[in-house]
Design a binder for this molecule. Structure first.
Ligand code: ZN
Length: 341
């Protein structure tokens, strides 16, 4: 094969590769296959793609280069005939519980506008249909649609006392921060096993006290249930490097919000209808059905919005995602679905 028709790699020692030399034909589909850890990614991503990107970035001005991702020169004796690379990876979209197919695609923004313009009874501006806005969100779940509940029985060892590290969490072990906070409150008998607690004592442990304990104690406690819930809600999973928080998360259960029943918005916003549906009902529809409902809207004030939304939805259907709905959480999309979105 003439040399220019191939990418030539000689003496590659990137990552775990031991002096690998190979020619990769250009203009053809080439598959790298092998067991995990055999070096497929080291060749494809860390060598070919990285070097191609690096060479391309060198053609930009210093100002631009400072703003582009940095690529290390791969450990290779020689690499020739590279062309510009495009990396299509299967990484997930990520995003948190506030990010849905509707919010990342901007289709939900158009839908909110539609409800603000022609929804009845009138509920307010577009912000009243956003579960990420205080105007629209359900107050109980702050617009997440779910609440975190602590399965307390799993966090407490019933046959242990405070002095025996009753709570199976690092920060609550004898002598540690929270252990000192609670045992120093004077509110608890430190040798009493949890199963021997009276209902009042259990209540105190779970939900805390507004009054200080004994005469020598001046601290009140928040209660572990309240405290855990607050701690877990405040920090996203990626921030939970703390061993106690990670452990705590195993005891947390996600349940649909009892106030909005998972619909994320407050009552007033949910009562507003277009074409006989509330906004969360349209969000729960598969794209194919949603397009059909939109076609029934005849109000001229909505014409441009309906047209734009229909165009977006038709695109989604055409690229093979007719079954998606706007309320689908973006973190649950597969790599392929995320890619197309
Ligand atoms: Zn709610």
């Amino acid at each position: 094969m003439p040399e220019k028709d191939s990418i030539i790699i000689r003496g590659l020692k990137q990552n775990n590769l031991k002096n690998v030399s190979l020619d990769i034909p250009k203009g053809k589909i080439v598959v790298f296959t092998g067991v995990s850890g055999s070096g497929k990614s080291s060749i494809v991503f860390d060598t070919i793609a990285a070097e191609s990107q690096r060479q391309m970035n060198e053609t930009y001005t210093a100002f631009m280069r400072g703003r582009l991702p940095k690529f290390e020169k791969p450990r290779v004796e020689r690499i020739d005939n590279l062309s510009a690379s495009v990396i299509v990876d299967q990484s997930r979209l990520g995003g948190n519980a506030r990010s849905t197919v509707g919010t990342i695609s901007d289709m939900y923004a158009a839908l909110r506008l539609l409800y603000a313009r022609i929804g009845t009874p009138y509920a307010g501006t577009a912000s009243y249909f956003s579960f990420n806005d205080p105007n629209g969100m359900c107050k109980t779940c702050s617009g997440i649609g779910k609440i975190l509940d602590l399965d307390i029985e799993r966090a407490i060892a019933p046959d242990r006392s405070w002095n025996e590290s009753m709570l199976g969490l690092p920060a609550f072990s004898v002598g540690n921060y929270y252990w000192k906070l609670y045992t120093g409150s004077g509110l608890f008998d430190l040798d009493k096993k949890y199963r021997d607690y009276t209902p009042e004592e259990r209540n105190l442990l779970l939900y805390g006290s507004r009054e200080p304990g004994g005469p020598r104690a001046h601290k009140r406690v928040e209660g572990i249930k309240t405290q855990f819930q607050r701690l877990c809600l405040m920090k996203g999973p990626e921030e939970q490097n703390d061993r106690t928080l990670r452990k705590l998360n195993q005891f947390m259960e996600q349940r649909p919000c009892p106030a909005c029943r998972g619909r994320r918005l407050n009552e007033k916003s949910l009562a507003c209808k277009v074409a006989g549906y509330s906004i969360d009902e349209l969000c729960a529809m598969e794209f194919t059905q949603l397009v059909q409902v939109l076609q029934t809207i005849r109000d001229p004030r909505a014409a441009t919005i309906v047209e734009a939304l229909t165009a977006s939805l038709t695109r989604m259907i055409d690229i093979g995602l007719p079954y998606l709905s706007m309320d689908r959480e973006s973190c649950t999309l597969s790599g392929g679905e995320a890619e197309r979105l």
